[in-house]
Design a protein around this ligand. Structure first.
Ligand code: UD1
Ligand code: CA
Length: 451
């Protein structure tokens, strides 16, 4: 039903008020840029044909967002109407939604209700508005006898108009043809000498084209990020929504205010998250896990795991493992079922098979560890010779004693026993007992502790 709607996102501005060199629309909240959030909202609402106006650091913005969109360039940022003018080739047929790239909270439900409002009332222009207790720097909605008349920017308001609480969200639906007709008439005779898209409202009404404002129930969805303070407020509101959705799906949070989950993360029912847990975009967490104060990024976690105060990056942990406290799983690591990794264990680019364990102070780098292997306290995989990285393989059921150094490349067979304190440089066959350390010497102690 919404396929005949297209959407144009205005994203050419620098965002001076952010005090950053980065284009404002690439500022991130909950793991995605503002612009990506706007695009997600449109996609979720079923709007597929999307155009984007870029300008300030346009190449950076385009590279970040990628292909699949029609891009237009606005060389100089002369105002929102001028931005739309730069994309006039996009304004062909049917209704076009225009959104600001810096207002990330607009969601699919709001967009659908807005599109319904436009269709049901047979409009040529609809403006999305909200009632804000503090109308801040938003454009004010001017009505006469209840009917929409125009939008006035804060900087152009009279003293009385500043008290109007109904504000312009910066989201509109226009009939594309009618918009093209009036765009040329918009001037820049205002306080900022900019071409304001908001002036289109008065022009539509003057031309006898049906225009109306749709006020959304939730004022938060219209919030735009102009400063870093706005950005953190948008992030707080989005995080709240994300957490509420997970809790409705059966995820328990001890304190949702200190649980930080990015957009797009999947979490199964029965999982409990303790405070100060951060789960970054691209992660997928199964059911019935307990996760305490950990950071999980781009990782896949199965079910029934207990993860305590640990960092997991670009790795996979299957089911029923105990990780931490203070473990660090680095990229390209696969931990199979029932593995135990305890205090200060670091694993990188390695596979650890079922029921193996490294309970304390161990570094596993570029390793392939079989089933039921025990790595004692302080085992170190010496994987780097200063130039290249090398692999260490350990067969099933082997027992590596405390403080063993495994000098890679090295292959340890199955059921091998290595004595504590050994430094192993040669491959070991299955069922070997290896002891590679100096023999202990015992002497009678003399008064001066001399030999
Ligand atoms: C705009 C509206 C204001 C509304 C507010 C909602 C106008 C004149 N004002 O003000 O009524 O309440 O949004 O958030 O439209 N942009 C361009 N090219 C430009 C200027 C802006 O692409 O030349 C883009 C920006 O990148 C941004 C969006 O348009 O994503 C809004 O621009 P911004 O300067 O933030 O407008 P506001 O002052 O917030
Ligand atoms: Ca803005």
């Amino acid at each position: 039903m919404y396929e005949n709607f297209s959407a144009l996102i205005l994203a050419a501005g620098l965002g001076k008020r952010m005090k950053s060199e980065m284009p404002k629309v690439l500022s991130e909240i909950c793991g995605k840029s503002l612009l990506e959030h706007v695009i997600s909202g449109l996609n979720d609402a079923g709007v597929k044909n999307i155009g984007i106006v870029t300008g300030y650091k346009g190449d950076t913005v385009r590279n970040h967002i990628g292909s699949g969109y029609s891009y237009y360039n606005q060389e100089k940022q002369l105002g929102t109407a001028h931005a739309v003018m730069c994309a006039k080739d996009f304004l062909t047929d049917g209704p076009v939604i225009i959104l600001c790239g810096d207002a990330p909270l607009i969601d699919e439900n709001t967009l659908r209700a807005f599109m319904d409002f436009y269709c049901d009332n047979d409009l040529k222009l609809a403006v999305l508005t909200a009632n804000l207790e503090n109308p801040l720097s938003y454009g004010r909605i001017i009505r006469e006898n209840g009917s929409l008349k125009r939008i006035t920017e804060k900087k152009d308001c009279t003293k009385e108009q500043l008290y109007i609480n109904e504000v312009n969200s910066g989201a509109y639906i226009f009939d594309a043809h009618c918009l093209l007709d009036v765009l040329g008439e918009i001037g820049c005779d205002n306080n900022q000498n900019e071409y304001y898209l908001t002036d289109a409202v008065e022009l539509f009404i003057k031309n006898g084209l049906r225009a109306d404002a749709y006020m959304c129930d939730d004022p938060n969805v219209v919030l735009g990020a102009n400063t870093l303070a706005d950005l953190s407020e948008c992030e707080r509101l989005m995080r709240k929504k994300i957490n509420e959705r997970h809790m409705l799906n059966g995820v328990k949070m001890i304190d949702p205010n200190t649980t930080y989950i990015d957009a797009g993360v999947v979490i199964g029912a029965g999982t409990t998250l303790y405070p100060n847990t951060i789960i970054n975009s691209g992660s997928e967490i199964g059911c019935n896990n307990t996760i305490i104060s950990s950071r999980i990024s781009l990782s896949k976690i199965g079910s029934g795991n207990f993860i305590d105060t640990s960092t997991l990056e670009e790795c996979e942990v299957r089911d029923f493992c105990r990780i931490g406290p203070y473990a660090h799983l680095r990229p390209k690591t696969l931990i199979k079922n029932n593995v135990k990794l305890g205090n200060f264990v670091e694993v990188k680019n390695s596979i650890i098979d079922e029921k193996s364990s490294a309970a304390h102070l161990t570094y596993v780098g570029d390793g392939e560890i079989g089933k039921n292997v025990n790595l004692g306290c302080g085992v170190v995989f010496a994987n780097y010779d200063g130039v290249n990285k090398h692999k260490t393989v350990i067969g099933d059921e082997s027992f590596i004693g405390c403080n063993t150094n495994l000098i890679a490349p090295v292959k340890i067979g199955s059921r091998v026993l290595i004595a504590a304190g050994s430094t192993i440089t040669k491959d070991l066959e299955d069922d070997t007992f290896a002891i590679a350390r100096c023999k202990e010497t015992l002497k009678k102690r003399n008064k001066n502790n001399e030999e």
